[in-house]
Design a protein around this ligand. Structure first.
Ligand code: SAM
Ligand code: SF4
Length: 332
């Protein structure tokens, strides 16, 4: 079996596969989707568990994928999640498998996921105040997230990373509070700049909280120093807090893009390869797969899909166009 690289015209090689398992979600984060939700993908268009496992296997065996992250929408609402993780780990024990989740219901599934071989988990949590949580997510479910985090820790998932987005006038004054809470609980917090990927197309450059603002807010209460470990292709700039060992990360996707070091490729729940979050073209693996394409043919299509990857997301270009699919339907 020959492994070929998912290399683009700029020499970047994708080894990190993000797989969206559903576009549906049980929260309604206001920077992600509207209160009424979205027009979800019809079930027949969504890849089956076996189709997901096959495409991941092709990525790993034929195309050099070394990390797989399941996301969504909300991946925990995908019924077959544990089985998919178990099968991927059985097929490829050396591949790191992780999950990005809002943690609702994780208290019931964390142990099964750990037993299935899940290596790591990222939980999205923008606030530890119940009222702010309910305002942002439009659901009063903070207690479920906290129970999910506790269960993840009890199941031995380590490290537990927390992703947070700061929103002006909503939780932007809570960055130090969230960091303190994460440090107390042993969670690794990373702040992510808000990106123009909301379904409502309401993102506004002037409104977003920049990495510089995040630093200013944290600096007022903590002593931050650049962490020693090299950043590599990791998007987070990492800092030790008050001399360590606790750390905090900032992912400045908009103001300090890291596109030049990008090693990611995405597969949507309906089987489209996207070479970038901001790509405007997709490549349909599902149709090929369902019409009987061989593993090699699917790998060929995937390789071609990567060639068109653009040098950068271009958010600052006057010609920038937000992609049609929102973050929740691409897989964040
Ligand atoms: N539902 C899961 C969750 O919330 O973790 C997985 C999917 S969600 C789309 C993945 C991540 O994208 C979350 O951490 C969320 O905060 C983030 N996100 C959603 N919309 C975003 C936006 N417009 N800009 C930056 N991050 C966003
Ligand atoms: Fe759902 Fe995640 Fe979007 Fe929130 S950020 S609405 S949890 S997909």
């Amino acid at each position: 079996m020959t492994t070929r690289a998912l290399e683009d015209r700029y020499g970047r090689v994708a080894t990190d596969l993000r797989v969206s398992l559903t576009d549906r979600c049980n929260l309604r984060c206001n920077y992600c989707m509207p209160a009424e939700g979205l027009d979800w993908l019809p079930t027949e268009q969504v890849l089956t568990d076996d189709e997901v496992v096959r495409l991941v296997r092709i990525g790993v065996d034929l195309l050099g994928i070394r990390e797989v992250r399941f996301t969504g929408g909300e991946p925990l609402i995908r019924r077959g999640l544990t089985g998919i993780v178990a099968q991927v780990k059985e097929d490829a024990p050396n591949v790191e498998v992780s999950l990005t989740t809002n943690a609702l219901g994780l208290s019931r599934t964390a142990q099964a996921l750990a037993d299935a071989g899940l290596d790591r988990i990222n939980v999205s949590l923008d606030t530890v105040r119940r009222d702010t949580f309910a305002e942002i997510t439009r659901r009063d479910r903070l207690h479920d997230v906290i129970a999910g985090l506790e269960a993840a820790g009890a199941a031995g998932l380590d490290p537990i990373k927390i992703n947070a987005v700061l929103l002006r006038g909503s939780n932007d004054d809570q960055a130090p509070e969230l960091l303190r809470w994460c440090l107390e609980h042993g969670y690794q917090l990373r702040f992510i700049e808000q990106m123009p990927l909301d379904a409502q197309h309401r993102w506004n450059r002037e409104e977003m909280i920049t990495a510089d603002e995040i630093f200013t807010r944290l600096d007022a209460e903590f002593d931050l120093a650049p962490a020693a470990e090299p950043r590599g292709s990791a998007p987070a700039e990492l800092f030790t807090v008050d001399g360590g060992p606790g750390t905090v990360g900032v992912i400045a996707s908009v103001t300090r893009p890291f596109c030049g070091d990008c090693d990611r490729v995405r597969l949507t729940a309906d089987g489209q390869v996207r070479n970038c979050l901001f790509a405007r073209e997709e490549s349909d693996l599902r149709a090929a797969l369902r019409s009987g394409a061989s593993d090699e043919e699917l790998a060929d299509r995937w390789i071609i899909a990567m060639r068109g990857k653009r040098a950068g997301h271009g958010i600052d270009d006057p010609t920038f166009l937000q992609p049609d699919r929102p973050m929740s339907a691409i897989g964040g």
